[in-house]
Design a protein around this ligand. Structure first.
Ligand SMILES: Nc1ncnc2c1ncn2[C@@H]1O[C@H](COP(=O)(O)OP(=O)(O)OP(=O)(O)O)[C@@H](O)[C@H]1O
Ligand SMILES: [Mg+2]
Length: 305
């Protein structure tokens, strides 16, 4: 378990993190969401022991981060914001260096290096100096050093930032495959990523926690939850017929798409389908929305911003 109790961080007169409390258990992938400047990176820096809190307490598997900094750091793999590393080293030198710092030696080190290089598709760049790598490859080197000692806790600050779409997917798969017995905390601005990889999401803004829920439950707070979105070319009477349904609260036109919103507690799929059959409308697309995380995120963080 990671337990965070009333965590606060001030930079001079400015308080970036204000009394955060939460726990994370093995097997959970916790997404850290929040607008720029919310306090995500600051919180991660405190969990990893890189920054001392102004007040509050953090324990990692019962070790206090302030009192047992070495033990807690051994348990954690950390990708800091921007994936910093030693630019003049080659990828191979850097990963070997990190492996040795992590206590790996000999064949155990070499085996782990080749495993991780394969996992992050780094083989081709192992002899290259880090300063000559593209942004996405630098991020992958940062991820490689974070997972090298197979830690029980992974703290990843925007792990997919700057990656191409294929690599984003690879890293999401990697996180999913690593998460079974680990605690993973990832920050991201990509809301689809939260739905794809996180079992839980915490939204913070202005240093305070505003929501702590599953991505599904967060999405269900959206006014789009349960709405039917469809494209009905040529059905000129569709809007006026749909609003007459007793289950329908409203209909909005979004370019060529009609979005039909249910009244509270009503399900629209059956009555809308029945109406389509009755009028023989030609349906080009139809789906029931789960809810839009981006809209929920905006609503939750708007007041603080
Ligand atoms: N060393 C520092 N000195 C003063 N203020 C700082 C320092 N580091 C961070 N801050 C401020 O603390 C606040 C939180 O910053 P933090 O980096 O934690 O935000 P974030 O949620 O990670 O944002 P982003 O999404 O942009 O990465 C910001 O207002 C930032 O300017
Ligand atoms: Mg940050």
């Amino acid at each position: 378990m990671i337990r965070i109790d009333n965590l606060t961080k001030s930079y001079g007169p400015f308080t970036a993190v204000k009394g955060l409390s939460f726990s994370v258990a093995p097997g959970e992938v916790l997404g850290f969401l929040g607008p720029n400047g919310a306090g995500k990176s600051t919180t991660m820096k405190m969990i990893t022991g890189y920054l001392a809190p102004s007040s509050g307490r953090i324990t990692v598997f019962d070790h206090d981060v302030a009192e047992a900094p070495v033990q807690t750091k051994q348990l954690i793999g950390y990708l800091p914001e921007g994936a910093p590393s030693y630019e003049a080293m080659t990828v191979q030198q850097f990963l070997r260096f990190v492996g040795r710092v992590r206590g790996l030696r000999g064949t155990a080190l070499e085996q782990r290096l080749s495993q991780v290089a394969a996992q992050l598709q780094l083989d081709a760049v192992l002899p290259q100096t880090i300063e000559t790598l593209s942004k996405g490859f630098k991020r992958r080197v940062g991820l490689a050093q974070a997972i090298l000692h197979d830690p029980r806790v992974l703290i990843l600050d925007e792990p997919t930032d700057g990656l191409d779409p294929n690599q984003k997917q690879e890293v999401r798969n990697l996180i999913a495959s690593l998460s079974r017995d680990k605690i993973v905390i990832v920050s991201t601005h990509i809301l689809e990523e939260v739905a794809a990889v996180c079992s839980r999401a915490i939204i913070i803004a202005g240093g305070r926690m505003l929501a702590d829920d599953t991505p599904q439950q967060l999405a269900a707070r959206s006014r789009y939850h349960g709405a039917v979105s469809m494209i009905l070319p040529g059905a000129t009477n569709a809007e006026s017929e749909l609003v007459k349904l007793p289950q329908v609260a409203s209909v909005e036109v979004d370019q060529e798409r009609l979005v039909v919103f249910p009244k509270a507690g009503e399900s629209l799929f059956a009555p809308v389908n029945e109406l389509i059959q009755r009028h023989q409308w030609q349906v080009e697309a139809l789906h029931v929305e789960r809810g839009r995380l981006d809209e929920v995120f905006r609503d939750i963080t708007r007041e603080v911003a």
